[in-house]
Design a protein around this ligand. Structure first.
Ligand code: MN
Length: 303
């Protein structure tokens, strides 16, 4: 009987599972998913191995081979037991939103916190609603050690002309990681590794932070989609999102208008209304001025 084995990531596992959900059967021992489409039996194991068996094994496996290959190439060399390590993860939110701050958060997650976090369904924030994240935040904020930095628009606009967006993020990630590492170690708790949700190459990151101190002493990894690699990044990203939303709400309150997140035409329109109400200077306190939205809003406000 023909058989093909692939090794896949968590994200790809979800994709494969969804794809064959109509053919799902009870998985055998040690497997987490099993399906029987026409002439094939597919079994996915905890290790990330996917086994295709039967006449159509090659045909079914070929749907996923290219993606699996690509994933391998872009994969980062995280130690294989990485998920079980005590990790400080970091992520940022607000980078792509015209209104509101830039928020960078580091969070510490040792293995002992996994059952608690999983019981709250902590996962990739991109698959969660704002309401869900706010709920999780209230549940975890006193139980998880984290360190946030909120760069309000006023400060952002002062710094931005000197630092490009990547430079600014690198400095902030370094800072939250170093501060939280210090806090965790001061409590006598172990830190095995640091993980950054990658926004630039390791080389460029290291270059941007070369004159920063303190720097963390623990080995630092960075990988794209790090939220799926360790709960510490998933937690950091949820906290960052909630702090971003809270700050955006405060700013909205201050100007008496609901400020949208994002950088679409809605942002242009609201910015134009703000200009008409208070004059263009108001944007310095609530928006990231270097975005193209500023020009569009100024034009709209005149028309
Ligand atoms: Mn990120």
């Amino acid at each position: 009987m023909a058989s093909v084995t692939l090794t896949v990531s968590d994200t790809m596992y979800e994709t494969i599972k969804n794809y064959y959900s109509d053919y799902c059967i009870a998985p055998p021992q040690h497997a987490i998913f099993s399906a029987t489409p026409k002439d094939c039996r597919i079994t996915i194991y905890k290790s990330g191995k996917v086994l295709f068996q039967g006449k159509a094994a090659e045909q079914e496996a070929s749907r996923w081979q290219d993606v699996a290959q690509k994933e391998k190439k872009t994969s980062h060399s995280l130690p294989c037991n990485f998920k079980d390590l005590a990790v400080i993860g970091s992520d940022e939110v607000g980078n792509g939103s015209y209104f509101g701050p830039l928020v960078v958060v580091a969070a510490y997650v040792p293995k002992s916190l996994h059952p608690f976090l999983l019981s709250l369904h902590v996962r990739d924030s991109k698959t969660m609603t704002d309401i869900e994240m706010k709920h999780i935040y209230t549940e975890i904020k006193d139980k998880v050690m984290y360190y946030p930095l909120i760069v309000h628009p006023k400060k952002y606009n002062e710094v931005q002309p000197k630092y490009n967006a990547v430079h600014m993020k690198a400095v902030l990630h370094n800072r939250v990681l170093a501060r939280l590492e210090e806090k965790v170690k001061a409590k006598g708790l172990p830190v095995d590794a640091l993980l950054i949700d990658e926004f630039t190459s390791t080389k460029s990151y290291q270059n941007y932070i070369k004159n920063e101190h303190p720097k963390p002493v623990t080995q630092t990894f960075s990988t794209p989609k790090a939220e799926g690699e360790h709960l510490a990044v998933a937690v950091a990203s949820i906290i960052a999102r909630v702090l971003f939303l809270q700050t955006l709400e405060e700013e909205s309150h201050a100007v008496g208008m609901t400020l949208p997140s994002g950088a679409g035409t809605k942002s242009d329109q609201v910015a134009a209304q703000l200009i008409q109400k208070y004059g263009p200077k108001v944007l310095e306190n609530v928006a990231k001025l270097h975005f193209a939205n500023t020009k569009k809003a100024l034009k709209l406000a005149k028309s």
